[in-house]
Design a protein around this ligand. Sequence first.
Ligand SMILES: Cc1cc2nc3c(=O)[nH]c(=O)nc-3n(C[C@H](O)[C@H](O)[C@H](O)COP(=O)(O)OP(=O)(O)OC[C@H]3O[C@@H](n4cnc5c(N)ncnc54)[C@H](O)[C@@H]3O)c2cc1C
Length: 495
Amino acid sequence: MYDYDAIVIGAGNAGLTAAATLQRAGTRTLLVERHNVPGGCGTSFRRGRFEFEVALHQLSGVGVTGQPISLREGLFQQLGIADQLEFVQEHDLYRAVVPGVVDVTVPADWDAAVEMFDTEFPGNRDRVARFFELVKQVTFWQIAAMRGMPGEQIDPLLFRYGLRPTRDVLDEFFEDERIKVVLGMYWTYLGQPPSELRFQDLALTLFAYLEFKPWHVRGGSQAMSGAVLDSFLRAGGEVRFNTGVERILTESGRVIGVRLEDGSEVTAPDVVSNASLPTTYGMLEGIEIPGAVRNDLATRRIGVSGFVLHMGLDATPAELGFTASTTFVNRDTDDDRTYRAWKSFEPARGICVSSYDVAPIGFAPAGTTHVSLMTLQYADIWRDVAPPEYARTKFAFAQTLLDLCETVTPGIRDAIEEVDVATPLTMMRYLGHPGGSIYGYDQDATEGWLFRNSERETHVPGLHVAGSWSGMGGFQPTLEAGARVARRLLRTTAA
Ligand SMILES: Cc1cc2nc3c(=O)[nH]c(=O)nc-3n(C[C@H](O)[C@H](O)[C@H](O)COP(=O)(O)OP(=O)(O)OC[C@H]3O[C@@H](n4cnc5c(N)ncnc54)[C@H](O)[C@@H]3O)c2cc1C
């Protein structure tokens, strides 16, 4: 007799939706989280009179009313929390700035975006419209392929464009470098430069935000994490915070439970892990890591982390000069160099500036603004910083993000009331992931649903994995992954 029907390790997005989906289907589930709050990346913290959003810059997939495959009318409805959450729409996709080269704001609407490009870059209307049509088609057929449609039924367009570098596709459609910079800007979210980024990944991202709009959540991503946890608890689930799982126990080749860090053991025939794949397989006790998994893990690269300034500013967004919730500022158009800079302390060459009060999420006191400045960065260089040098290095590098931000909001430094800086080491400490990676493995051309199968097959009966390390990173993909893995588990136990 087992203590529970299932144990979920980690209360990140995927752990939370997996636990809630299982428990709501009548599976007695224990959720175990090392941190003291739910959410993983999806959390917030307080400094002075400010509350800071940790991770959510733009939530994709929420959708407007009447879009049944959206998060709002799909997953959140299924978990019974759609009415509990208040979403705040960003009306623009982003403002894209390369000082002295381009400064435009892309509306979060297909037609309005075509109009904007036509006004700012006359003569390109048809090209932009054709490009957006390609984005829609590549996304549609990619989703059909992901869902198992046979290859011969898939439009060859996907095979012609899907795996090509984004840069190639932009070159095919446009001559004006500024348009390519603006349309390719989401590469700085996705972690691969346009010369490497698979076009299907950019297409999916543009589609997710243009069709379903970019959103914030009132109360921050912590409110969303709390709502999913509520859904789990209301259904009778049990959660233990401040509790790490140390080992995944096996007997006769299958999972039988976990050992917690205090040495106690809890049994269940199924364990869903939201921890990284290296951590999950490294925790297996009494069984060798299966050869297929070893080979798979050996050919993957730990993904990128982030460097973030969370700031509470004593001025309104208008006083500071913010015109959009999301602004990307790149020092120049050399994206390959910007990508290489993520592995060095070269002054930040590209930042994402999120102003959470252009469309207010309700954190900042009246008359103030909550802003985060972020650049992606790999962890290796930070591991080599000697401990006595850490604080100095972190504040020196933070200055370089502020320098870049000053090009769009001059004088922002003078308004800083509170500031906190997170480095890749901070992400490592709070998430427990190798390299402090925020999207799991490097999302390069060898990653993803086409070449990897980590989520569908762990090669260990009773072990299931869900989250950014076994699929796509980001909020929407991981929220959906947890529910998907739980539904698959429910189908197998019912069979
Ligand atoms: C600064 C930042 C900005 C981001 N911006 C965006 C954005 O704008 N849009 C977007 O879509 N995505 C963004 N992301 C990425 C997104 O937040 C993540 O990809 C996603 O939240 C990962 O979810 P996950 O389910 O994989 O779990 P994670 O958030 O990785 O959480 C895993 C959880 O497992 C727990 N855990 C690990 N090991 C154990 C153990 N042994 N025992 C118990 N618990 C354990 C950890 O404590 C953690 O809570 C951002 C991330 C960061 C950090």
